[in-house]
Design a protein around this ligand. Structure first.
Ligand SMILES: NC(=O)c1ccc[n+]([C@@H]2O[C@H](COP(=O)([O-])OP(=O)(O)OC[C@H]3O[C@@H](n4cnc5c(N)ncnc54)[C@H](O)[C@@H]3O)[C@@H](O)[C@H]2O)c1
Ligand SMILES: [Zn+2]
Ligand SMILES: [Zn+2]
Length: 393
């Protein structure tokens, strides 16, 4: 089959790889009909490159049709239409019983000290072949799937594997009080959906980004937006002015470790990227090379006693955190990979013909698998209005 594979920093290719097959009785194989490129793939494209292997199949946002099932796949049947959550979870361990599917004790990547295995997400998360391919092997398939109705086009369900539940969890974790205000930092696919969800829940929402098309897209849905380019030095002050001088109740950071706006750390990150992988991997994990610009902005602007919710991925083990300010402002900090299946029953009722979240028109680009390398470049550089790219294998 054809698959999108990793070959080096900023170098992905489409290659022929062996077809996946059933290896365990709990495995299924799906024929992928739609799979997306995600902001998280860009971390592998650049800062997390040290954890990738040449030829690794990328992707963790796949949906399709079940092609084959092992003997212990529960209710899953050949021909079922499914979305595949980005994390692999068993559904029956202690963590799964708490709905903490990203911490599944059956699939935890213990040799790396990490949580549940993820599709297409480097050695840190089990090096499981990903879903930007014609076919995908799904381990723990008895639980690692969301059954979908036939009928509506793939667009309706294309974001259930990751960004829609991720945005939902981000808003939940932000714990916005009734009538409260949420600032969403970053208006990529995750931040954009978070604004729509928060608006749907009746909160006041203020979105911040620096890409004109992304700001325009969110503004067009009636959300207040601020352009970071115009507020590099006074974002916190401007937001305080908009919120009675106090700051918002909650801030959702949908940016993560590739924030714009702090040149010194970019330099360190680049330097680490030039080292041999064996040295660069521990350095990138421990040396605090992440770019914490968005997180620092969140800590600065959130009101005293407010909540910061992190959807954006952070990967450093020794990043400097302003503990004095966090403690003194009594800030609550909540974060983590999204426990996808936890939120599906909340989201499904909104995936109707009325389409309150605008999923049917969310994708900005649809290309064939062969065009993935160019699509990665455009998405990484935020060129030509690329916000969400679907790949059609
Ligand atoms: N927690 C999870 O389970 C989960 C799931 C999916 C994605 N993510 C993470 O969420 C983050 C966003 O994902 P995405 O797909 O929307 O990616 P993206 O890279 O397209 O979006 C990030 C946006 O942040 C903007 N930005 C950069 N610096 C900023 C700053 N200082 N202030 C405000 N905006 C800034 C960028 O212009 C961009 O529009 C990534 O870190 C991704 O890895 C997490
Ligand atoms: Zn994703
Ligand atoms: Zn489990």
């Amino acid at each position: 089959m054809k698959a999108v594979t990793w070959h080096g920093k900023g170098d992905v290719r489409v290659q022929e790889v062996p077809d996946p097959r059933i290896e365990q009785p709990t495995d299924a194989v799906i024929k992928v009909t739609t799979t997306n490129i995600c902001g998280s793939d860009l971390h592998l494209y650049e800062p997390l490159a040290a954890f990738m292997g040449v030829g690794d199949v990328l992707g963790h946002e796949a949906m399709g049709i079940v092609e084959e099932v092992g003997s212990q796949c529960g209710e899953l049947r050949v021909g079922d239409r499914v979305s595949i959550p980005f994390q692999i979870s068993c559904g029956h361990c202690w963590m799964c019983a708490q709905q903490l599917y990203t911490q599944c004790e059956t699939t935890q990547v213990r040799d790396q000290g990490m949580g549940a295995a993820l599709f297409g997400f480097s050695k840190l998360y089990g090096q499981v072949p990903g879903g930007q391919a014609q076919y995908l092997r799904v381990p723990q398939a008895q639980f690692t799937h969301i059954k979908l109705p036939d009928g509506p086009s793939d667009d309706r369900f294309a974001y259930l594997s990751d960004i829609l539940p991720t945005a939902w969890q981000g808003v939940e974790y932000a714990a916005v009080p009734d009538g409260g205000t949420l600032v969403v930092l970053g208006l990529g696919p995750v931040g954009d959906f978070a604004c729509r969800i928060a608006q749907h829940k009746g909160y006041r929402v203020i979105g911040v980004d620096l890409v004109p098309e992304r700001l325009a897209r969110v503004r067009a849905r009636g959300v207040e937006v601020l352009d970071l380019n115009e507020h590099q030095n006074d974002l916190g002050d401007v937001i305080r002015q908009l919120t009675q001088g106090r700051g918002p109740d909650s801030v959702l950071d949908a940016v993560g470790m590739e924030a714009h706006g702090s040149a010194a750390t970019t330099f360190v990150q680049k330097a680490a990227g030039l080292l041999p992988a064996a040295i660069a991997a521990p350095l990138q994990q421990t040396a605090g090379v992440d770019r914490l610009n968005a997180l620092y902005a969140a800590i600065d602007m959130v009101r005293r006693g407010g909540t910061i919710s992190l959807s954006g991925v952070y990967g450093g083990a020794a990043d400097p955190m302003p503990m004095l300010t966090l403690f003194d402002k009594q800030i609550q900090l909540r974060m983590g990979q999204c426990n996808v299946k936890r939120w599906i029953s909340h989201i499904m009722p909104l995936l109707t013909d009325q389409d309150p979240l605008g999923v049917d028109t969310f994708a900005t680009h649809r290309v064939s698998l062969d065009q993935a390398p160019e699509a990665y470049r455009s998405f990484a550089q935020k060129r030509d209005g690329h916000v969400k790219v679907q790949l059609k294998p």
